[in-house]
Design a protein around this ligand. Structure first.
Ligand code: PLP
Length: 380
C-alpha cells in the first residue's frame, strides 16, 4: 500500500469551476476572485459581531505575499523588530527581511509547538513593532495573552494562519482576532488553489493599502481596465507588487470553500483516531488545548528515533515530513542575525523528535490503519 504525505481533495466541482473560468475568457483576477473574496469574508466573519463595513478579505497569490503586504500596511521600517516563533516555515521570517527589519525569534511550547507566550515580553525592545504568531499545524496560539502584550506595548499583531483554516480560539474564528491575518492556499494546505493566499482585517486603511499594493500600487480596481466598463487611466500611488491571484485559482478556491467544513470534519476524524491510539503509547502527539479548535493541517508526533522512523516508513510506502527546521538553524539566518542555539532549547529538542504523518480528507480508513500499525512497529 502507498500512502503519500498529502493529496489535495480535487473533485468534479473544482474541475467544472476551472473550466468555467477558462471558457469565460477571463483568466486573470476578475469576477471569480471577487466572488471568492466575498464568500471567504462571509465564512470567516459570519459568526462574529464585527460590523459588515469593517470586514475585509483580499485575495493574493501566496501567504508569503500576504505577509509582505501586511507588514507594508503597518509601515514596517528598516531596523524594526518583529517577534515570531523559530518553529515556522522560512517565509514568516523572510518577509521581515524584505524591509531590512529584524526577525526576533521566540522559543516554543513543548506540548503545542506554538510560540511560548511567557517568553515574548523578554524579547520586546523599543524597536519592536509587531508580534507575528504562527498557528502551528492549525492550532491557534494563546491569542488573549498575545493581544494583551501587544496592546500594553503598542505593537501590531499579524497572524500567520497559513495552517489555520478553519480554526477557533475561545469561540472566535481565526481571521477575526489580530490586526491582520494571512492564510495560505498552497497545494498541501487545508484549502488548496495550487498557489494562493488571503488576507483578512477589520482595519479599512490597512485593507485599502494592501489592495492597492497587491497590484503595483495602482490607485483603484485596475483589474477591470481591459473591460468595456473599465477605464485606461490609472495612477500609481505606492511602490506595490505583482501579488494578485487569478480567476483560475479563485475558481478552485470557490469549489474548495463549499466543502471546507466537510474537509475539516474528515481531518478531525483522522486526528481523533490517531490520538486514540498514540496518546496511550510512547509516541507523543501535539496536544490541542481545550479552549480552541485546530484546523488539523498537520498531525505531528514526537519519537526518539525520528530519522530511522522516516526511513522505515518511506521503505514501506508511507510519506512523512518534518515541520519545521527551526529558522535559527538555517545558515543564511544564523549568519545574518547571529541567533544563539542556547536561546531555543524547546524548539531544538522538538526538532530532533518531530515527524508529521499523513492527514488529508481523502485518506481512507485502511490507509490510516496501515500508517498507525507501521508507526507503532517502528517508533521508539
Ligand atoms: C507557517 C507558514 N507560513 C507561511 C507559509 C507560506 O505560504 P505560501 O506558500 O502560500 O506563500 C507557509 C507555507 O508552507 C507556512 O507553512
Amino acid at each position: 500500500m502507498q500512502v503519500p504525505f498529502h493529496k489535495p481533495y480535487i473533485a468534479e466541482e473544482e474541475i467544472e469551476q476551472v473550466v468555467d473560468s477558462l471558457k469565460s475568457g477571463w483568466v486573470t483576477m476578475g469576477p471569480k476572485t471577487i466572488e471568492f473574496e466575498n464568500q471567504f469574508k462571509n465564512y470567516i466573519f459570519g459568526n462574529s459581531s464585527i460590523p459588515q463595513e469593517k470586514q475585509f478579505a483580499i485575495a493574493v497569490n501566496s501567504c508569503t505575499a500576504a505577509l509582505h503586504l501586511a507588514l507594508k500596511a503597518i509601515d514596517l521600517k528598516q531596523g524594526d523588530e518583529v517577534i515570531l516563533p523559530t518553529n515556522t516555515f522560512v517565509a514568516t521570517a523572510e518577509v521581515v527581511t524584505y524591509f531590512k527589519a529584524i526577525p526576533v525569534l521566540c522559543d516554543i511550547e513543548e506540548s503545542t509547538h506554538n510560540m511560548d507566550v511567557s517568553k515574548i515580553e523578554d524579547l520586546i525592545t523599543e524597536k519592536t513593532r509587531v508580534i507575528l504568531p504562527v498557528h502551528f499545524g492549525g492550532q491557534p496560539c494563546d491569542m488573549n495573552e498575545i493581544m494583551e502584550i501587544a496592546r500594553n506595548h503598542h505593537l501590531y499583531v499579524i497572524e500567520d494562519a497559513a495552517h489555520a483554516l478553519p480554526a477557533k480560539y475561545r469561540g472566535k474564528t481565526i481571521g477575526t482576532i489580530g490586526d491582520i491575518t494571512c492564510f495560505s492556499f498552497y497545494a498541501t494546505k487545508t484549502l488548496c488553489t495550487g498557489e494562493g493566499g488571503m488576507i483578512t482585517t477589520t482595519n479599512e486603511e490597512f485593507a485599502k493599502r494592501m489592495k492597492i499594493n497587491r497590484l503595483h500600487g495602482i490607485n483603484r480596481d485596475a483589474w477591470d481596465r481591459y473591460t468595456l466598463k473599465g477605464d485606461w487611466y490609472y495612477e500609481v500611488v505606492d511602490n506595490g507588487h505583482k501579488y494578485n491571484t487569478t480567476d483560475i485559482n479563485s475558481a478552485l478556491g470557490l469549489a474548495q470553500l463549499k466543502k471546507i467544513e466537510w474537509m475539516w470534519q474528515r481531518r478531525l476524524e483522522i486526528a481523533k483516531k490517531y490520538n486514540d491510539v498514540f496518546l496511550k503509547s510512547r509516541i507523543k502527539p501535539v496536544i490541542v488545548k481545550n479552549d480552541r479548535e485546530s484546523a488539523w493541517h498537520l498531525y505531528v508526533v514526537k519519537v526518539n528515533n525520528r530519522d530511522e522512523l522516516i526511513k522505515k516508513l518511506k521503505e514501506d510506502g508511507i510519506g512523512t515530513s518534518v515541520h519545521f527546521i527551526p529558522v535559527h538553524k538555517h545558515p543564511y539566518y544564523k549568519n545574518a542575525f547571529g541567533y544563539d542555539e542556547k536561546n531555543f532549547p524547546v524548539a531544538n529538542s522538538v526538532f530532533e523528535k518531530c515527524v508529521s504523518l499523513p492527514i488529508y480528507p481523502g485518506m481512507k480508513s485502511d490507509e490510516q490503519d496501515f500508517v498507525i500499525e507501521r508507526v507503532l512497529k517502528y517508533a521508539r
